[in-house]
Design a protein around this ligand. Sequence first.
Ligand SMILES: NC(=O)c1ccc[n+]([C@@H]2O[C@H](COP(=O)([O-])OP(=O)(O)OC[C@H]3O[C@@H](n4cnc5c(N)ncnc54)[C@H](O)[C@@H]3O)[C@@H](O)[C@H]2O)c1
Length: 377
Amino acid sequence: MENILISGGSGFIGSNLALKLVSLGYKVNVLDNLSSQVHTDTIENSHTFKSIKDKVNFIRGDVRNRNDWQKAISNSTIIIHLASETGTGQSMYQIEKYVQVNCGGTALMLDILSNEKHRVKKVVVASSRAIYGEGKYHSKKFGFVYPNARDNIQMTNGQFELLCSITKIPLLMLSTDEDSKIHPSSIYGITKSNQEQMVHVVCKSLGISSIALRYQNVYGPGQSLSNPYTGILSVFSTRILNNNSINIFEDGKQTRDFVFIDDVVDATVLAIQDDSIKSCSLNIGTGESTTVLKIGKLLKKLFNSEVNIDISKQYRIGDIRHNKADITKARELIGFRPKVSFEFGIKKFVEWVKSQEIYSDMYDQSINEMKNKGLMK
Ligand SMILES: NC(=O)c1ccc[n+]([C@@H]2O[C@H](COP(=O)([O-])OP(=O)(O)OC[C@H]3O[C@@H](n4cnc5c(N)ncnc54)[C@H](O)[C@@H]3O)[C@@H](O)[C@H]2O)c1
């Protein structure tokens, strides 16, 4: 059996993946700094860390530290690199930190693989749908187009849909395939694209297989309920359980492709077990899209709550309007088929949230931070 290193293995995706790999008989090493934004300052409270700590070889360390990587890589044959700063909005003002952790951390890992002795034969890196920016659209006049981020004048006037830049006619959203244009609209997206490219280029030169998994919006049990910067289902749930209204940006009709954690774990295991791929990037989502307003309403119903849903028409610079994945390539190359419907998955998520300690709501603080930086309109 392979010896697998998961960086960020105490987080949402990493902990679920670690438990699955252990159940399949793999030996798992985890490198994680237990960041307080994800796990709170009291590590004993971190449900994801608690779930794995006695089942894996846990190394508390930082991907910005060479020695920590060296320790973690020393007996590993496969690396799954998940450790990352993950907030799209936050990345627009914590730029140095996002670049240091995401790009710098990946650079250090690759530098060790290039210059030191090791047994690593495959690297799987977590990429994101954020690398596509607004994604792929169809214009009646121009055919396939990849629109730029929406501008402030348009958004201030409440025109949130993507328009053709010349004719101003609304564009039709299509599923984004892997050959779509890479043009991220946030620093987070830039770092994810950069991680992916570095991993492919260096691994190819070293004869190491590399797979980048471009996850869509992942949700489910294990999501951080204390981190107000990422994970819309968690953010809304924490608002509801603190009896606060839900603030829906734009007009609520923006959509995302929500993929359940078990499907993401399956996809990542399939990527690990594949022996044929030398280097490729794959979309991991469901190919279905759900509006943000629908999520707010469903959560309110499932929590049996009376809180208000405010459609505020506010918007965040760097946010995209719609995105859903074309998952044909992942199906054909690794046999990935998502199994969990959104209706079923959100019920599982709510059941799990109800069994958790509820954190005080840090949402207003995160919004004020963004307003102060001029990123929230
Ligand atoms: N969850 C999603 O919807 C989603 C979507 C697309 C891509 N991704 C990517 O998947 C990966 C995992 O995401 P997640 O949702 O599990 O995030 P998460 O925040 O739950 O987990 C990230 C883990 O990385 C650790 N970490 C952060 N900075 C670190 C550092 N400097 N050194 C060591 N460890 C550090 C954290 O402590 C945490 O345990 C990330 O790379 C993320 O960009 C996630």
